[in-house]
Design a protein around this ligand. Structure first.
Ligand SMILES: Cc1ncc(COP(=O)(O)O)c(C=O)c1O
Length: 375
């Protein structure tokens, strides 16, 4: 089975990890700061590295002080971590619909969802394509709320000549093996606001304060550290940061290969008139994480099963989050989610990952035959 996503590991990555293992540090050492600086070069804002994309979201919400009584606005077409981490802090999740062409949150649907309790709009860059960040920023500023970008899919993507990470108040990344680059498990929070980044960092490091000037207890010795607000251990180890440094040095190559595969899918599939292919909006230059096609709703299951049977490890991204039973009756009925449900019912993600040898003419020919046999 050809997986829908997988890591690209080379000898340099292996050497980097071995060298970290031989060093004095296994957990927090020099590689952490080095990796954070490398990420900053790519995303255009300082960041803190953490142990997963889920941890990154949790830290971002904690940095905003999100808690009971607050609401966040999110699209349903995302992985549940986007919502779970805010819900666990006590926030109410408000779902708004997506745009069918990108799968991203629809700015024109956001305003109807805003209440006096809304704390943040959380955009998700579905498949790697940046959300409509400028439109969302205007709405956020108008209402005095924050813009968070769940960029788990989109490190390396560019929006209107600006890198993803340099635009939203807080941006979160994931380095899971299927993502655009990997540290096995890992993630990062970037922020254009030093005070929010500091809060995210502190939350990811048990809330520990080591700066003497901030101490409330002044009597202790050099060993002293104290906690003003609780945090958790979301540190990313030196071993994984060294893998990240090696991976991120190849991000341009990864992007070019993903782009090439995107274009080759387009060439191979554009003749099948009943399926819709992902498209790039004019102002965006995505680093593609997924290749999401949309097929006729009544044929989705058969096409999915045929592709799996023929060795294509396709996926469906994602079950609309508001369908998860955990939300029960809390989903607002006055906000239509029609596009999200329609998108989900027709969506299939084709394999998308970096390889020099996998994406042959034969691969595309077989794929077309498989899809057409069920249409
Ligand atoms: C949109 C989105 N947000 C958050 C996450 C969570 O990332 P992680 O798996 O690194 O915790 C994922 C992971 O799949 C994701 O796709």
């Amino acid at each position: 089975m050809i997986p829908y996503g997988r890591q690209s590991i080379n000898d340099d990555d292996i050497a980097a990890v071995i060298s970290a293992l031989k060093s004095d540090f296994l957990t927090t050492g020099p590689q952490v700061e080095l990796f954070e600086r490398e990420i900053e070069q790519v995303v255009g804002a300082p960041c803190v590295v953490v142990s997963s994309g889920t941890a990154a979201l949790h830290c971002a919400y904690a940095a905003l002080g999100i808690g009971p009584g607050d609401e966040i606005i999110t699209p349903p077409i995302t992985f549940i971590a986007t919502q779970a981490t805010a819900a666990l802090l006590g926030a109410k999740i408000v779902f708004v619909d997506i745009q069918l062409d990108t799968g991203n949150i629809d700015p024109s649907a956001v305003e109807a969802a805003i209440t006096s309790r809304t704390k943040a709009i959380v955009a998700v860059d579905f498949a790697g394509h940046p959300a409509c960040l400028d439109e969302l920023r205007v709405i956020a500023n108008k209402h005095g709320i924050f813009l968070i970008e769940d960029a788990a899919h989109s490190i390396g993507s560019i929006y209107k000549n600006r890198p993803v990470g340099s635009i939203a108040d807080l941006t979160t990344f994931s380095f899971f093996p299927t993502k655009n680059m990997t540290t096995a498990e890992g993630g990062a929070v970037a922020s254009i606001h030093p005070n929010l980044l500091q809060k995210a960092r502190r939350f990811s490091r048990q809330g520990l304060i080591r700066d003497k000037d901030e101490f409330l207890i002044k009597t202790e010795g050099d060993w002293h550290q104290e906690v003003h607000e609780f945090g958790l251990n979301y540190r990313l180890s030196d071993i994984l940061c060294s893998l990240g440094i090696s991976q991120i040095s190849r991000i341009d190559y990864f992007k070019a290969k993903r782009d090439e595969l995107f274009d080759n899918y387009g060439l191979a599939l554009s003749g099948i008139s009943s399926i819709k292919l992902p498209r790039r909006l004019a102002d965006s230059n995505p680093m593609w994480h997924l290749y999401p096609i949309r097929v006729p709703i009544e044929k989705r299951k058969a096409i999915f099963e045929r592709l799996r049977m023929d060795g294509f490890g396709v996926q469906v991204n994602y079950i609309p989050a508001h369908w998860h039973p955990v939300f029960g009756k809390s989903v607002r009925k006055d906000l239509p989610l029609t596009n999200s449900e329609q998108f989900y019912k027709s969506e299939i993600s084709l394999p998308m990952w970096v390889s020099e040898s996998q994406w042959t003419e034969e691969y595309f020919e077989k794929l077309v035959i498989s899809i057409e046999s069920e249409l």
